[in-house]
Design a protein around this ligand. Structure first.
Ligand SMILES: *Cc1c(COP(=O)(O)O)cnc(C)c1O
Length: 242
């Protein structure tokens, strides 16, 4: 490694450390603001495009959960990760499910019965179970993943009877162009669904995680009820897709 590269990496390590401390402090404050203990809120680092050595520096600082978006990238980086909980947070095609079994603890982005069925089938073949979250298209955006809110009861019902998946909660990404006020309204609506479903006490469904909030809005999400936030660029800096 050239000296210039290694000093760039060292600078990046320092930035990640500073960012991590700031994010933890903001999360702690948001949890307390919403009457919860900071331990009830989980930070998941969104690691797409982030090199393994930078991710591992984050893990050394205390990051315990990471989320990848693409199956291929996850598989390429997987053996390099320091010990950490790995989750899948991106759009998932059924033909790639098999590669995630045994690698991730939870698939956050399930938005169809077909996908849930395939996860159950592959988990069963591997002799295991898979935790999933159901992704809701809360902003009713066209061409966006997630089920529409009115389709959620049926998806819950059908996922509940699958032998090898366990629905652990909900996930959502509000429209990128929404104002802060609109985004907070979307978060609050998600929290209402989360509470309503929890109260129904459906067999094989537990509402443990409400995954919402990213770099720009994770504190608002927590104040609105999220207990799992997915933070990428605020932690690792702007993404470089090359
Ligand atoms: C990239 C990504 C994030 C993190 O986005 P930032 O705005 O960089 O924090 C969170 N969730 C999902 C599903 C993502 O793809």
């Amino acid at each position: 490694m050239t000296e210039r590269l290694s000093s760039e990496l060292e600078q990046r390590f320092r930035d990640v450390e500073e960012n991590y401390k700031r994010i933890c402090a903001e999360l702690e404050k948001a949890a307390l603001d919403s009457g919860r203990s900071p331990q009830e809120v989980t930070l998941l680092a969104a690691t797409k495009t982030v090199p393994v050595e930078v991710i591992n520096h984050g893990i050394a600082l205390g990051i315990r959960h990471i989320g990848e978006n693409r199956v291929q990238e996850l598989c390429e980086k997987y053996d390099g990760y320091a010990p950490v909980d790995v989750q899948f947070i991106g759009h998932l095609q059924t033909n790639k499910v098999r590669q995630l079994i045994g690698r991730v603890s939870m698939i956050q982005s399930v938005d169809s019965v077909r996908l849930a069925q395939e996860i159950s089938r592959q988990a069963e073949k591997a002799g295991t179970q898979m935790d999933i979250l159901l992704e809701v298209n809360i902003g009713r955006e066209e061409n966006k993943s997630g089920v529409l809110p009115e389709a959620l009861p049926e998806l819950l019902e059908q996922a509940a009877v699958l032998p090898c998946v366990h629905v652990r909660g909900l996930m959502a990404i509000p429209p990128a162009e929404a104002s802060r006020e609109e985004t907070i309204r979307f978060f609050s609506r998600m929290t209402q669904y989360f509470i309503d479903i929890k109260q129904k006490r459906i067999d094989n469904i537990t509402m443990d995680y409400l995954s919402m909030g990213m770099s720009a809005d994770f504190a608002d999400a927590v104040r609105a009820g999220a207990n799992l936030v997915r933070v990428g660029s605020a932690l690792f800096g702007p993404r470089n897709y090359h």
